[in-house]
Design a binder for this molecule. Structure first.
Ligand code: SF4
Length: 86
């Protein structure tokens, strides 16, 4: 089973309700951290964790998810529908 880690996003003005990291897919490339260092950090297994799911705005969050070479960052809307990757 995939090693998925979920992070709720309660930001009122955001269309995203949840960020999910697929730890099996994350290769520690850190492109997401280059885009949004306030949101993502590598843990001691060289896998990304979300340290702050709220501060980043939707556009930057989307760019960060898009920047991941393995599509390890999944974005869901407030109703739980997956928005990225499609
Ligand atoms: S860009 Fe993707 S592979 Fe690289 S650290 Fe972030 S989630 Fe992991």
């Amino acid at each position: 089973m995939a090693d998925l880690k979920e992070y709720k996003r309660d930001k009122i003005d955001s269309k995203f309700g949840k960020i999910v990291i697929d730890r099996d897919l994350c290769i520690g490339a850190a492109s997401c951290i280059a885009v949004s260092g306030v949101t993502f950090e590598l843990d001691n297994e060289n896998k990304v964790i979300v340290i702050d799911s709220e501060s980043v705005d939707d556009d930057m969050l989307f760019v960060a998810a898009e920047s991941c070479p393995t599509k390890a960052i999944l974005l869901f809307d407030k109703s739980g529908k997956q928005i990225f990757p499609k």
